[in-house]
Design a protein around this ligand. Structure first.
Ligand SMILES: [Zn+2]
Length: 241
């Protein structure tokens, strides 16, 4: 499978980057093309089917997001929708129904440059159990803490759901969404996509572990050490594994 990979190097002095690490001046057509490529890659990686899920990238004070109700395979890059910070959408199509939690995550988390939301099978199975994922594996730390929380249930597309997602992902960069799916953010599209794929793999590993019985969990001290190594925001990046 030919997937985009996360860039390894942090920004260097002199780079025209803003507080989020994103370029201050982005080329919207190029970003729309990258967004569509990322949305299609989620399908190829079996993280999404049909019109489920969505992807966005920060663009200036707002964002560019996949449209509502149109599968990525049938989209053109011109169909990507610009949404301002106040929620006003521009374009021929409506934005994904979950634009609110994308907007609110960009506002709450300046380090977020791109967001992936999917109904990936293993993450969604755990979300339907409303389970928090415990430190059964050190790679949990990749997502910012010693657990990955599950956001409380609310109807899709509502402000209540957005509020629950922003709360559950606090100090993390992934969460499950009760009876719904998962959301992951990264510093840019390749990073968010790579994290989404890793997160679904971790959910599958947890699901398989549960078949054998309760896992032996890592201690708080063991997880603190791994979390410190995996921190990616504002610091040089540690190579994983
Ligand atoms: Zn959804």
């Amino acid at each position: 499978m030919n997937m985009p990979t996360a860039p390894a190097a942090p920004t260097t002095p002199g780079d025209p980057t803003g507080p989020s690490g994103q370029p201050e001046t982005q080329d919207p057509p190029a970003l729309a093309n990258d967004l569509l490529t990322s949305a299609r890659a989620l399908g190829a990686a079996r993280l999404n089917t049909g019109t489920a899920g969505n992807v966005s990238a920060r663009l200036g004070a707002g964002m560019l997001i996949t449209p509502s109700g149109l599968p990525p395979d049938q989209c053109r890059s011109e169909d990507m929708v610009t949404v301002d910070a106040d929620g006003r959408a521009h374009g021929p199509l409506a934005p994904s129904s979950e634009w609110r939690f994308h907007r609110d995550l960009y506002a709450a988390r300046p380090e977020a440059g791109a967001i992936v939301h999917t109904h990936a099978p293993f993450a969604t199975a755990l979300a339907c159990q409303r389970r928090e994922i415990p430190p059964f594996h050190y790679m949990i730390a990749r997502f910012g803490g010693d657990t990955v929380r599950c956001a409380r249930y609310a109807t899709f597309g509502t402000q209540a759901l957005s509020d629950h997602v922003v709360a559950a992902i606090s100090e993390r960069n992934a969460c499950l969404i009760a009876n719904h799916g998962m959301v992951v953010f990264g510093r840019d599209l390749p990073h968010a996509l790579a994290l989404a794929i890793e997160f679904e793999a971790l959910c599958e590993q947890y699901w398989r572990t549960l078949q054998l019985g309760p896992p032996v969990l890592l201690s708080a001290e063991e997880m603190r050490e791994v979390v410190a190594r995996f921190s990616w925001y504002g610091k040089p990046q540690e190579t994983e594994r």
